[in-house]
Design a binder for this molecule. Structure first.
Ligand SMILES: O=P(O)(O)OC[C@H]1O[C@](O)(CO)[C@@H](O)[C@@H]1O
Length: 650
């Protein structure tokens, strides 16, 4: 076996242009990495880790057979990776078994063995964890855990009302749950129905909301919606299908202020608009995108000769603008959101439970799964607390500063596709904060991305395996491939699910083999209970991690800045329109240059934004470019197609 000494150190002899000696022709062309990795450990164990190996094939973790590719230009291509991660398979197996967390009743496992935390690290973190556990205990008792907004944080009470700090809150939670259950049953039974629909019942749900008022319901619908939901039972799609080419999604979402997106959803509904229950969700009751969605849908109802109020439901804080609108207009129903439940932790409130119940999803099971996970997270023994184990891995991977690595969420299950999008808000809107609780500027956060496996292996896993090392992966494994009795072998002894299993395990091994760390969360199957448990697991992990890094996880000041800036753009647009209107009402019409518009708006410093406003208006036939083109901003002269005299004296 060729023995090749590889020098890989911070004072490496390898300078650009230095070439490594290749094995003599007589030596085997394959070199076992174990000999090199042993060599590297003995010779360079304190050295600066070098670039990773480039093994050609996967093999057990501790060694990778490879051919020394010929013609390599850079010595570092040969440099063996010095890894702090355990690679001996026996030691790894021991680590796996020692740290495997199992929740027997939930059938949920958590494997943190492929994260390289050390005993020293755990020892150093123990006091922080005990403080985090204490903070979580206070939070559940009703402390003002969101100090920036002076609010309690009570999403855990939603699935265990007895935890609520007083009977008033407990009754609010219980009553809301009872009311929404009854309402959903009445809609499904047809007792509550639209005024004019051929089916004489609701057959479709349209949810209008954004952020936490959409992402949870979208994730749960994708994960749990039955193929034959109760509201669709009686629909004659042949009749409807002849009219529009629609997919028969029971629930549709308008979660943006994109007119084309809204038009698409309305078009897909077609005549079913008459039997659509519209749920408008907004905790604040004033989010612009949601308000716009509502106004657009109400216009669609007017255009169709339908009475929106008879098909509208509001989920919002009491006495919000939306709540008062729904009350005054006499909508079908209104459900409360509580100020102590954040949008990103509202899936177990009416926000998530009403849409789920209307789809025929067992919301009681969702609540039970979440409550069981909450109970499991009561222990202050780190290795027995799954949420704390997750938070510990995140802290290890990010050094508690987040900026170093991304959290890649990889469920190997199609129905969990939207879990990463859901976690993007839960993790990044909670942890992405400029200041900590002591006012220090920390610019915290952990970036989240991912879709599903094995699909993503054909998109970005290449970079994860060999490219920039700035992430850790969380695999979500679902053991049950198909309902009992529905599986078959697509080749002797192998099912389609075996491939999915193999791809997950193979990717996990390949990443770890190249020192890429990962966590694996395993559930038996995707059910309301396991989805409830996953939601609760991550809600709690975010809360614990936030304590570890001393930030408020429950407010979102950065979003307000964006909302404010958007308002300023629209205010400037109004001034631009007024200036253009005045010029367009002159005889003859006076087309204006950008400078003239900016001067007349008394905003010369805003000339670029004014240009963008005019370009957008011109693209939508709301302003006319009399001269020049938008490609040459200084050349254009612009006016309005018509003079609005009323606007002149507004
Ligand atoms: O439910 P609302 O008040 O419309 O807010 C929608 C979303 O906007 C935010 O307030 C800011 O992104 C989220 O926290 C929230 O989920």
């Amino acid at each position: 076996m060729a023995s090749i000494s590889r020098i890989c150190s911070s004072s490496s002899i390898f300078k650009p242009g230095t070439f490594i000696t290749k094995p003599s022709a007589s030596s085997s062309s394959t070199t076992s990495i174990s000999s090199i990795s042993i060599a590297s450990k003995s010779l360079f164990k304190e050295q600066v880790p070098c670039r990773s190996f480039r093994p050609h094939s996967l093999s057990p973790l501790n060694s990778v057979a490879r051919e020394i590719p010929t013609g390599l230009s850079s010595p570092s291509d040969f440099a063996p990776k010095i890894s702090a991660l355990e690679k001996d398979p026996h030691a790894l197996w021991k680590r796996y078994v020692d740290w495997l967390y199992q929740h027997k009743e939930l059938g949920l496992f958590l494997d943190v063995s492929r994260i390289g935390f050390t005993d020293e690290f755990l020892e150093k973190m123990e006091p922080k964890f005990q403080m985090a556990f204490k903070a979580m205990e206070e939070l559940e008792k009703g402390a003002i855990a969101n100090p920036d907004e002076g609010r309690m944080v009570g999403h855990y009470w939603l699935r265990n009302p007895k935890l609520a700090p007083n009977s008033f809150l407990r009754v609010q939670i219980e009553d809301t749950l009872d009311t929404l259950r009854t309402f959903a049953n009445d809609v499904i039974s047809g007792k509550i129905k639209p005024p004019s629909s051929p089916e004489g019942r609701f057959t479709q749900i349209l949810s209008v909301g954004i952020g936490g008022s959409a992402l949870g319901p979208q994730f749960v619908a994708e994960a749990l919606a039955p193929d034959n939901p109760p509201l669709k039972a009686s629909v004659d799609y042949q009749a409807i299908h002849n009219l529009v080419g629609t997919e028969h999604n029971l629930i549709r979402f308008i979660d943006n202020t994109d007119p084309a997106g809204i038009d698409h959803q309305i078009a897909q509904l077609g005549p079913e608009l008459a039997s659509t229950l519209v749920i408008v969700i907004s905790k604040s009751g004033g989010t612009p995108e949601t308000r716009n969605g509502l106004l657009e849908v109400q216009k669609a109802f007017r255009d169709a000769g339908l009475n929106f109020a008879k098909q509208g439901v509001a989920i919002t804080q009491k006495n919000s603008l939306l709540d008062n609108t729904a009350r005054i207009e006499g909508w079908v129903a209104r459900f409360p959101m509580f100020d102590w439940v954040g949008g990103r932790t509202s899936e177990m409130s009416a926000v998530g439970l009403l849409p789920a119940a209307l789809q025929g999803i067992d919301i009681q099971e969702m609540l039970v799964g979440a409550a069981m996970m909450d109970e499991a997270n009561q222990t202050t023994v780190l290795r027995n607390n799954p949420a704390a184990l997750l938070a510990m891995c995140w802290y290890w991977a990010t050094d508690g500063v987040g900026s170093k690595v991304d959290m890649v969420i990889l469920p190997y299950k199609d129905s969990l596709l939207l879990f990463s999008r859901y976690l993007q808000q839960l993790v990044m809107e909670s942890l992405g904060k400029e200041f900590d609780l002591d006012g220090n500027r920390v610019n915290q956060g952990i970036s989240v991305y991912g879709n599903k496996g094995s699909t993503d292996q054909h998109a970005y896993i290449q970079q994860l395996r060999e490219g920039v090392h700035n992430f850790f992966v969380t695999f979500i494994e679902v053991l049950r491939d198909r309902p009992p009795g529905h599986d078959w072998e697509l080749e002797p002894g192998v099912t389609c699910g075996d491939y999915l299993f193999g791809m997950l395990q193979g990717t996990r091994a390949a990443l770890y083999g190249n020192d890429r760390e990962s966590i694996t969360v395993t559930v038996q199957e995707v059910t309301p209970r396991s989805v409830g448990a996953l939601i609760a697991l991550y809600e709690r992990a975010v809360g614990i991690y936030a304590s570890l890094i001393n930030i408020n996880a429950y407010h979102q000041p950065g979003v307000e800045a964006g909302k404010k800036a958007a308002g300023e753009v629209l205010a400037l647009q109004k001034r631009v329109l007024a200036v253009l209107n005045e010029a367009s009402c002159k005889e003859p019409v006076e087309p204006l240059t950008l400078e003239e518009v900016a001067d007349r708006c008394h905003a010369p410093e805003q000339i670029e934004m004014i240009y963008k406003i005019i370009a957008h208006m011109a693209a939508n036939d709301r302003a006319l470019i009399a001269e020049g083109s938008c490609g040459s901003p200084r050349s254009i002269k612009v006016f309005l197609g018509e003079c609005n005299v009323d606007e002149m004296y507004a």
